[in-house]
Design a protein around this ligand. Structure first.
Ligand SMILES: CC(C)(COP(=O)(O)OP(=O)(O)OC[C@H]1O[C@@H](n2cnc3c(N)ncnc32)[C@H](O)[C@@H]1OP(=O)(O)O)[C@@H](O)C(=O)NCCC(=O)NCCS
Length: 107
C-alpha cells in the first residue's frame, strides 16, 4: 500500500508500506520526498499515514531497512524509531546487501 503527496498534479512525496510479517509488524519499503520539499514536514506527514494504516491493521510495530545515511537515520529517529540491528561491516560488500541498519518503532 502506498500514500502519495502531490502538488499541482506533480508527485512530491511517497510512502510505501510492505506486506505484514507474521507476528505483527509491517515494513516501510520507502519514504521519499522531492528534494525541493524536504524539511517542511512532508516526510513526517507520510509517516503518520503509514502508522495510521499499521494501527488499523492492529499490528504492533513498524520497521525499516535503511542505509547508513544521516538523513534517513535522523528522520527515523525523530519519528521515534530506534536502531535494532546493525549489519557486520565485514559483510556489507555483498551485492544487494547495502542496507546496513534496521530501525524499528513500537506502536
Ligand atoms: C528522509 C526524508 C524522507 C525526510 O523527509 P522530510 O519531508 O524532509 O522530513 P520532515 O520535514 O518531515 O522532517 C521531520 C524531522 O526529521 C528529521 N530530519 C529530516 N531530514 C533530516 C536530515 N537530513 N538530517 C537529520 N534529520 C532530519 C528532523 O528532525 C526533522 O524535523 P525538523 O525539520 O523540525 O528538524 C527525505 O529527506 C528523503 O526523501 N530523503 C531521501 C530518501 C530517503 O533517504 N528515504 C529514507 C530511507 S527509505
Amino acid at each position: 500500500m502506498w500514500f502519495i503527496a502531490e502538488e499541482k498534479e506533480r508527485l512530491i512525496g511517497i510512502g510505501i508500506l510492505g506486506s505484514d510479517k507474521p507476528g505483527s509488524c509491517a515494513e516501510i519499503v520507502s519514504i521519499f520526498v522531492d528534494r525541493d520539499w524536504r524539511r517542511r514536514g512532508l516526510g513526517g506527514a507520510l509517516m503518520q499515514c503509514l502508522e495510521r494504516e499499521v494501527r488499523a491493521r492492529e499490528l504492533q510495530a513498524l520497521y525499516v531497512g535503511s542505509n547508513e545515511n544521516a538523513n534517513a537515520v535522523g528522520f527515523y529517529r525523530s519519528a521515534g524509531f530506534e536502531i535494532v540491528c546493525l549489519m557486520d561491516p565485514s559483510v556489507v560488500w555483498i551485492p544487494g546487501l547495502e542496507t546496513t541498519i534496521t530501525m524499528a518503532k513500537r506502536l
